[in-house]
Design a protein around this ligand. Structure first.
Ligand code: GDP
Length: 479
């Protein structure tokens, strides 16, 4: 990138930050996580609990009765789609209830909380406008690309594709590039074919039984509004050194990679990511646990990349002019209602272990980081079931249609008691066992997907530790 465009980029950032600074004390809260980690459900639950004025015991302002009311306000950023809160609530309501449509692109919602501040000289009416920004975590994985040359990225992606878990999934794409000469004349049809195969590999990795986390470019699987765009028509091809002659296939790939960075990654970083004050990163650790150690190791890497992005945001020269913005990051393992409460702390310990490397890497970033396990919407209740002379701890809910346990196929209507098994006391045990454990394998952790709970009209769903998440993320701003 040229020096001038660097300057323009940073000037835009400064202008934006000044704008935010002078517009008052709102809070921009980012909600992210890889696909199906629970972003839509989390945000819908957060808003519905606050709008309904539900008492949230761990959120101090709520427990102390200081929240007067919360309301939605018109979305201030005209160019960003609004988070479809009402549609998501409608999906969750009534006997035909189903989970809302998952996040596919960035969206935003403004929630204003009117509260009484807990000033030691007496209460004072105050309000906090929170801009909730929901975006695919896959996009964050792109941030490290900003200072990575095409040849380096191509090389790293190739090496990753040859690991044991990925090799069978990437074989088709690797075979295709083996026959491709990066020094041959650039050709659009070959570029499209190779990009399609590369995307198919990324998709297979994501959807495979191993539920591997996504590799960048994040938009290949989460294109948002760029679906089918030429900006996404490139792929890694092996290039030695810096010998890319103009007009060749290699040069074309490199140019598109650079364009992707300039026109896709950078605007997202500048217009959205750099403006966030706080961030929650949702993690579906249970699906990875279900898939075994390979998926867990993969998830650990992806989380490390995600936190790397937070550091990248700070390492720009802007950091010396402005105080780094994100001052709190919460990693949250979602869907804890799939477990008996005796395992909630263990799930938290597992996420702590999975994020330990990432957090160590982020040391010095200046943000406060915490880890929790929670369920934004609790779809199950707990029961003790006697089996012969034993008492077993079970969870009860309505399994989704088609889910199976022990050969029984559920119809999506009847309730069932499920014995989810216990998570290990020592979190490190999750990495033991076969290098790749198939979900069918007889491991201790089998999770069934449940339908959302049947709710009283207009009432938010029950939750687990959502209030703890909110206390960490916004509690101090409601003090
Ligand atoms: P997104 O892709 O990150 O927006 O993920 P969603 O919020 O759409 O969640 C994906 C799926 O995970 C949902 O359709 C639910 O099946 C499940 N899910 C998410 N959060 C919860 C939760 O708190 N409890 C339960 N039981 N399931 C959840």
């Amino acid at each position: 990138m040229s020096f001038l465009s660097d300057l323009a980029f940073e000037a835009a950032l400064i202008a934006r930050s000044l704008g935010d600074y002078f517009s008052g004390g709102g809070l921009r809260l980012g909600v992210t996580g890889l696909s199906r980690s629970g972003k839509t459900v989390f945000l819908t639950a957060l808003v519905s609990n606050l709008l309904a004025g539900v008492r949230l015991p761990v959120l101090a302002a709520s427990a102390e009765g200081r929240i007067a009311r919360a309301r939605l306000e018109p979305q201030p950023d005209d160019a960003v789609p609004r988070f479809a809160y009402e549609d998501h609530m409608a999906s969750l309501a009534g006997p035909d209830r189903c989970w809302p449509r998952s996040t596919r692109r960035i969206s935003q919602l403004r929630l204003t909380i009117e509260f009484e501040s807990a000033n030691r000289w007496g209460g004072r009416d105050a309000s906090l406008a929170i801009d909730l920004v929901d975006y695919p975590g896959e996009w964050l994985l792109d941030l490290p690309l900003l200072d990575k040359a095409y040849a380096t990225w191509a090389q790293e992606t190739l090496v990753a594709s040859e690991t044991r878990a990925r090799a069978p999934l990437s074989a088709d794409w690797r075979a295709a590039i083996a026959g491709l000469d990066p020094h041959a004349e650039a050709n659009e049809d070959s570029a499209r074919a190779i990009a399609e195969r590369f995307t198919a590999y990324l998709r297979r990795a994501r959807e495979s039984v191993y539920a591997l986390s996504t590799l960048p470019p994040g938009r290949f699987l989460m294109p948002g509004d760029l679906e089918g765009s030429p900006a996404l028509t490139f792929a890694p091809v092996p290039i030695e050194g810096d010998m890319i002659a103009p007009g060749t296939m290699g040069a074309m790939m490199e140019r598109r990679y650079e364009a992707y960075k300039t026109f896709v990654v950078k605007p997202f970083f500048r217009d959205h990511f750099a403006r966030l004050d706080r961030q929650i990163v949702l993690v579906d650790a249970l699906t990875a646990l279900n898939s075994g150690p390979a998926a867990l190791a993969d998830l650990e890497n992806a989380l490390s990349e995600v936190l790397g992005a937070f550091r990248a945001g700070r390492s720009s020269s802007l950091a010396s002019i402005f105080r780094p913005r994100i001052d709190k990051i919460l990693f949250a393992a979602t869907k804890a209602d799939h477990l008996h409460h005796t395992s909630h702390d263990r799930l938290e310990a597992i996420l702590r272990l999975l994020t330990a490397k990432a957090i160590a890497r982020a040391e010095g970033v200046g943000a406060e980081i915490d880890v929790i396990a929670m369920a934004a919407i609790r779809a199950t209740r707990e029961a003790e079931i006697r089996h012969h002379s034993e008492t077993l701890e079970a969870i009860i809910g309505v399994p989704q249609k088609g889910e199976t346990i022990g050969g029984e196929i559920f119809d999506g209507v009847a309730e069932a008691a499920v014995f989810p098994g216990e998570l290990p006391e020592d979190p490190a045990a999750i990495f033991e066992g076969d290098a790749i454990a198939l979900p069918e394998a007889d491991n201790d952790w089998r999770f069934v997907r449940f339908r959302p709970p049947l709710l009283q009209r207009g009432q938010p769903a029950p939750q687990i530790r959502l209030d703890r998440a909110l206390q960490f993320l916004i509690g101090d701003r409601l003090a």
